[in-house]
Write a protein that binds this ligand. Sequence first.
Ligand code: PGA
Length: 249
Amino acid sequence: MIRPIIAANWKMNKTVSESLDFVSRLMQLVIGMNDRQVVIAPPFTALYAVGAALKGSSIGLAAQNLSENKDGAYTGEVSARMLADAGCTHVIIGHSERRTIFGESNDVIRAKISMALQSGMQPIVCIGETIEERESGRTFDVIAKQIKEGLNQIETSDIKHIIIAYEPVWAIGAGKTATPEQAGEVHGFIRKLMEERYGEEPARRLPVLYGGSVNPDNIGKLMAQPDINGALVGGAGLNVDTFGKIISF
Ligand code: PGA
């Protein structure tokens, strides 16, 4: 049984004080919730302060991105070591907004995964198809390519640290979710691919989250699918009351 993971990706939202306000309320809500892992992904500027506020709490802290380089002359970039030092336990990698707006390729994503692992953070690796890819029947090919190219140098011993988030691009911020059956079908496919590459046991333990317009009304049905192990929440994770309803699905 995989412990469900519910993560909120705040994207480019919230100042330091807004982040701290959210977190102080969230810490009250998770008291006694030991059967699930809650993770929040504030913007870079709030990570250190939120990390300090979370000390001793079970809530995970994720960055939304990191550099594929170790250190050095990369103006504007933030390294894995800096994020771990600021208190991050997780890092979101390859979100569709990074892939489409910032042109991140599967090769870049692979390098970022490797950096995160070296610094002891758990990568939350996002994959998913566009509406054109789905409508032309290429969903499984796209997913297979993203997994093969993105994860192809990851050692079997490191797979236990990886979290995958299936986020159909057409469902992100769209108010339109994949049906639990559509999501369940792709999640089953992801697990099968991982089993072929890494063996049955690591694949069975791999958390595969769903993301794309998750809200308090649809979380229950999504989590009822056998291969869905949690959620990556965008818009509905910005309000602590709404997010509180999602984490207590
Ligand atoms: P959404 O975003 O919940 O607003 O659709 C999800 C995501 O981008 O991770």
